[in-house]
Design a protein around this ligand. Sequence first.
Ligand SMILES: [Zn+2]
Ligand SMILES: [Zn+2]
Length: 402
Amino acid sequence: MSSPEEPLVFLGAVVLPDRVIEDAAVVCVGGVIAVVGPRPAVEIPVNARVVAAPAGGYVGPGYVDIHVHGGAGADYMDGTAEAVVTANRAHAGHGTTTIFPTTTTGSRLQIEAMLDACQAVQGRWQAADGARIAGVHFYGPYFAEEKVGCHLRSGRRDPDPREYMAHFERGIIRVATCAAELPGAEAFYREATRRGCFVTCGHSDASWSEMAVAFRAGMRHVDHFWCAMSSVPSIRARLGTPSQGSMEQFVLMHEEMSTEVIADGCHLAPELLDFAYVMKGARRLCIVTDANRALDMPPGRYRFGPSSDGEWFESDGRVGFQPGAGLASSVVGMDTMVRTMKEKTRAGIVDAVRMGSLTAADRVGLAAEIGSLEVGKRADVLVLDAVLRVKRVFIGGTEFTR
Ligand SMILES: [Zn+2]
Ligand SMILES: [Zn+2]
């Protein structure tokens, strides 16, 4: 068992936010990155524990996932510390070292139980618990009725300050979603922005003008691009002619807006992953797993959201789906998604890794601490093989073992 106190040195091709340094060293002391550079120029402490990447492999940053529902049979909305740890451990095995457990639609009590469980796990975290919780993504329940997707429809509602003020008051919510067209959305965005949250619009049929109001209130991101969001035809069906802009045009037109893709190869075809990357760039496009409890589980029937009353879906081992109704989020980890972006788009390894790590860290305001292998940041380090399979995972300088 390693301890963050003994110097830890990683050797191999090191993936930085703007380049790969072949034959480099990353020296970590006290769980923090102390030196990064070409190997001959770096002094290796004599008592250091040395970890070398396999031949042709890489040393990269731990991944950061801002939109994720569960794994290994557990959904965060199960509302127990055991479920939270089970999911966090599963994602750590896929390279995620910082995680934002994400709420679904559900009752206020179910959301409170989820927040309680995440706070308990965050407060007593150790490396064996897996990915570290940096905050909760308050995602459901403020979705548009016709865009709930695989979420339980009866669990959606309009934003209610009596509810969300109490949730925000806990201090654990760092990402906050609401559909922009709902009554009360603007006040929700303003409050979330005031509290330092990264504010996003999702499960929404918002028009351009509704997005413009939301943007002025602090909204800067759209959840899972091209999934459960508006399009020009959907806005025409809702508001008539002349055809108006939708969330899609608003994100593509505004440099300050970011978005995210579920890069499992099942939700979006390669040309759409590539299109999103080319149009927004690696600084404005995050990879998210949006993974549900069927990650690392055999094909079968599972509940999305709370184990007691979440919507049923099926997993075929590649993706979640509801027969006759469409997809129901992913069942693979960040490792698979980063690899898909590298192999199926023109992103290359540097930008593919960046979209799975630094981009999200930067958008949520944590880039000074996590997201890349740079001096002063936490020693969240992955050892990857030549095709980006995760071989070893270090969180804060301590190795995570499954
Ligand atoms: Zn969703
Ligand atoms: Zn989701």
